[in-house]
Design a protein around this ligand. Structure first.
Ligand code: DQA
Length: 148
């Protein structure tokens, strides 16, 4: 099984960006931990980050036919990008939306997600642990699908 982790804009700044909201871990260290969790679970994991909406859309498209599931923290594009929503739905690859912060406890404009409605599930508010919880949730969903 092959999974893809997608991180959107500004998540390359994790570690130094608003640590009280997003924690002190860098994206590199979050990815390293997730790669080791994936290895323990016996699945492959590709990691991708971009600050560009079109690059995120292209990466989703590239996953068609090779990626079984997507973990996505789309950053601010969560709240703005119909293009990313369309790419995820169009690819028909199951995805879990995740956020470090609890987007429902923040500004009003963050409380809408264009991605959530069609996600397998949404994890929000657990800091870097959100990534690991999202991986567990996605794997549980995909394994259930495989066995049914
Ligand atoms: C975020 C929440 C978004 O609202 C914000 O734009 C981000 C990070 C999170 O992980 O909490 O960039 O996705």
């Amino acid at each position: 099984m092959r999974l893809l982790l997608i991180n959107g804009p500004n998540l390359n700044l994790l570690g130094s960006r608003e640590p009280s909201l997003y924690g002190a871990k860098s994206l590199d260290s979050i990815e390293i931990e997730l790669l080791s969790q994936a290895k323990k679970e016996g699945v492959e994991l590709d990691c991708f980050q971009s600050n560009f909406e079109g690059a995120l859309v292209d990466r989703v498209h590239q996953g068609i036919g090779s990626i079984d599931g997507i973990l996505i923290n789309a950053g601010a594009y969560t709240h703005t990008s119909i293009a990313l929503r369309d790419a995820l739905i169009g690819s028909a690859i199951p995805y879990v939306e995740l956020h470090l912060s609890n987007i429902h406890a923040r500004e009003h404009f963050r409380q809408n997600s264009y991605l959530a409605e069609r996600a397998v599930g949404v994890i929000s508010g657990f800091g870097p642990l959100s990534y690991q919880l999202a991986l567990l949730g996605l794997l549980s969903y995909l394994r259930q699908q495989q066995s049914s």
